[in-house]
Design a protein around this ligand. Structure first.
Ligand code: PHE
Length: 343
């Protein structure tokens, strides 16, 4: 038995196989049901008890070596066959297509980047909000018709303070006024929801960026300056703005802002409908009622707020004539933005 063990051990050490088939044959010959090592184990049962210890150990070592060698040869044969099959130089190569950022994300980051340069921080808040933060704290009295300006999706009704999908990110400004130390200078980007029919100009889900600046002695002139600087960064150094009086419950006075048409430079074209101006945002001085509702002393502090639709700004910047393109994920549309990484 000793010679047999030594012979098989030597054979294992010099064993070489090229293919997986050869490895399998070697395994059957050594370790299979009738394999040489298996047979030695059978014989082991019949040897003298005083020899059992010595041969038992030797046999175990032999089996271990054989199993390890077979595993090693199997792995080598497997990987070389895999390598050889992938080396077919006539196969077409793999095509990796690079993804690109969505135009709404590109526009959002560009707008946020401009305000960051002006010293604004970014604040975010929940999309499912309560009536208090979306309406009441912003000076919309209960049942006031101003609430109809923004058709609302309600999540729960019947409570004093129902849950709803926020219709603007002004709710984030309320949360900031409640929790942040003054002065506050923030922009609030995010998704908003309005129960509106989907068309080329409106969607029930869109994105806004609203801004808020509260400090001592903030004036309408500061607001105008901030908007003008933003318009020039966004639409080019020659951009002009004009302000038209408007109404929002949370600002007084309020204005809507137009920027000079960046396509016809004021001459009149079909994008600006011949007027030379494009509406970009709403803004105003924060109503003292709104400051007081969040615990801010309106005699000491004043502030301005503004809000814009990201899709609208992106439509004007890239001359997209239908808002729905931003939501349909048509690859032909999205690919047009794959080189737009100017943020
Ligand atoms: N919250 C307004 C809207 O969604 C926009 C706005 C913000 C207007 C701040 C004035 C001041 O329509």
């Amino acid at each position: 038995m000793k010679e047999q063990i030594e012979r098989i051990m030597a054979e294992i050490q010099s064993l070489q196989c090229k293919t997986e088939k050869e490895v399998e044959e070697a395994r059957v010959r050594l370790l299979g049901k009738k394999g040489e090592i298996t047979q030695l184990f059978d014989e082991f049962r019949t040897i003298a008890p005083e020899l059992k210890r010595e041969f038992g150990q030797k046999l175990n070592v032999l089996k271990k070596e054989a199993t390890a060698k077979i595993d090693e040869l199997k792995a080598a044969a497997g990987s070389s066959s895999a390598a050889s099959s992938s080396e077919d130089a006539t196969m077409p190569g793999d095509i990796y297509t690079l993804g690109s950022r969505h135009p709404v994300s590109i526009a959002r980051e560009e707008i946020v980047g401009i305000f960051r340069k002006f010293g604004y921080d970014v604040a975010e808040g929940p999309e499912v909000e309560d009536d208090y933060h979306v309406f009441e704290a912003l000076n919309f009295p209960p049942n006031h018709p101003a609430r109809d300006m923004q058709d609302t999706f309600f999540v729960s009704t019947g409570h004093v303070n129902p849950l709803l999908l926020r219709t603007h990110t002004s709710s984030v400004q309320v949360r900031a006024m409640e929790s942040m130390k003054l002065p506050i200078r923030i922009v609030c980007p995010g998704r908003v929801f309005r129960n509106e029919a989907i068309s080329a100009r409106a969607h029930c889900i869109f994105h806004q960026i609203e801004g808020l600046y509260i400090d001592e002695n903030v004036t309408f002139a500061d607001l105008k300056q901030a908007i003008l600087l933003f318009a020039r960064e966004m639409f080019g150094p020659d951009a002009q703005i004009r302000m038209r009086p408007s109404y929002f419950p949370f600002t007084e006075p309020s204005a809507e802002v137009d920027v000079s048409c960046n396509i016809c430079h004021g001459k009149g074209c079909n994008i600006c409908k011949g007027t030379g101006w494009l509406e970009i945002l709403g803004c105003g001085m924060v109503d003292p009622n709104v400051l007081e509702a969040s615990g801010i002393d309106s005699k000491k502090y004043s502030g301005f707020a503004f809000g814009m639709g990201i899709e609208r700004i992106a439509m004007l910047k890239w001359q997209v004539n239908d808002l729905r393109h931003y939501f349909e994920n048509d690859m032909r549309f999205l690919r047009e933005f794959s080189t737009c990484v100017e943020v």
